[in-house]
Write a protein that binds this ligand. Structure first.
Ligand SMILES: O=C([O-])CC(=O)C(=O)O
Ligand SMILES: [Mg+2]
Length: 235
C-alpha cells in the first residue's frame, strides 16, 4: 500500500458521521464503538488499519501485537469494557508511538493520563482509573487476531476512524468506495449549511411543504422524501 492509498490518506477530511452515513447508504453495517469510548484530548483524530489485541491482565499482548504491526495501524485494545482496571498507560503509548502506529482505541480504561497528554499519541478510551490489572487470565486464542469493541468484533480486515464523535469501523476492502460516498455526503451537507447561512432555510431546500403534503396523502416518510431529492441530512 503506497502512502497515497493508505486508509488514513483516503479518509482525510472526512468525519465519523460522514463515514457512518456512507456505510448506511452502501448497505454496509454501521459499526460504532460504544459512545463511552472518547478521545482523551478533544479534537483528536485517528485513522488506520486495525491492529487488534485482547488484554487478559498483562501488557505483553500489546508488545506481541506490535511485533506483528505495521506503521500507520491503530492498536485496538479489547479489555471487555472492564471498569475495575486500567489496561494501557504511558509505557504502552510510548511503545505504540515508537512502532509508528497512529494511535490507540481502548474498549476499557487507561491510566497515566498526564503522561499520555504529554506523549500526544491519539488515545481513545472509556476513562481513567489509577489501578492496573490485578489479575492474570489465560490469553484468548484470538487475542492477536481480533478484538471486540462493544457489540462488534474487528480485525486487520477493518479500518478504524475516530474523532470527537467517537469511533466507527469500516471494511478495509471497501475504504475507497466508502470514502468516495462519504465525500459526496460531506459536500452536499456543506452546500446545504452554506445555503442556510445565506438565508435559504433547510425546509425550503428540502421542499418540506411538499413532504408534508405527500405524508398526508400517501404516508411518505421523510427518508423516502429525502431519497427522492437525492438529499443528505439523516443518512
Ligand atoms: O500497567 C499497565 O497496565 C499499563 C500501564 O500502566 C502502562 O502502559 O504504562
Ligand atoms: Mg504506566
Amino acid at each position: 500500500m503506497n502512502a497515497s492509498s493508505t486508509p488514513a490518506h483516503l479518509l482525510e477530511g472526512l468525519t465519523t458521521p460522514h463515514v457512518a452515513d456512507a456505510l448506511l447508504r452502501l448497505g454496509l453495517p454501521v459499526r460504532c464503538a460504544p459512545a463511552t469510548v472518547r478521545p482523551l484530548q478533544p479534537g483528536t483524530r485517528v485513522a488506520g488499519r486495525v491492529r487488534p489485541a485482547r488484554h487478559a491482565g498483562s501488557v505483553d499482548v500489546f508488545l506481541e501485537a506490535l511485533e506483528q504491526s505495521a506503521p500507520g495501524e491503530v492498536l485496538v485494545v479489547d479489555n471487555g469494557g472492564r471498569r475495575g482496571e486500567a489496561c494501557v498507560g504511558d509505557l504502552t503509548a510510548l511503545e505504540v508511538q515508537g512502532a509508528g502506529l497512529a494511535g490507540m482505541v481502548v474498549w476499557g480504561l487507561h491510566r497515566d493520563t498526564s503522561e499520555l497528554h504529554a506523549i500526544g499519541l491519539p488515545v481513545f478510551s472509556e476513562g481513567a482509573l489509577p489501578t492496573g490489572p490485578l489479575r492474570l487470565d489465560p490469553q484468548h486464542p484470538d487475542a492477536l487476531r481480533s478484538a471486540r469493541v462493544g457489540d462488534h468484533t474487528v480485525s486487520p480486515d477493518d479500518v478504524v476512524l475516530g474523532d470527537d464523535d467517537g469511533i466507527v469501523f469500516l471494511p478495509l476492502d471497501r475504504v475507497v468506495e466508502v470514502a468516495e460516498r462519504a465525500r459526496e455526503i460531506r459536500d452536499t451537507e456543506r452546500r446545504q449549511a452554506e445555503l442556510v447561512a445565506s438565508g435559504v432555510s433547510l425546509r425550503h431546500q428540502l421542499h418540506f411543504g411538499e413532504y408534508l403534503r405527500a405524508r398526508a396523502a400517501s404516508g411518505t416518510t421523510f427518508r423516502e422524501h429525502l431519497r427522492s431529492l437525492g438529499g443528505a441530512l439523516e443518512e
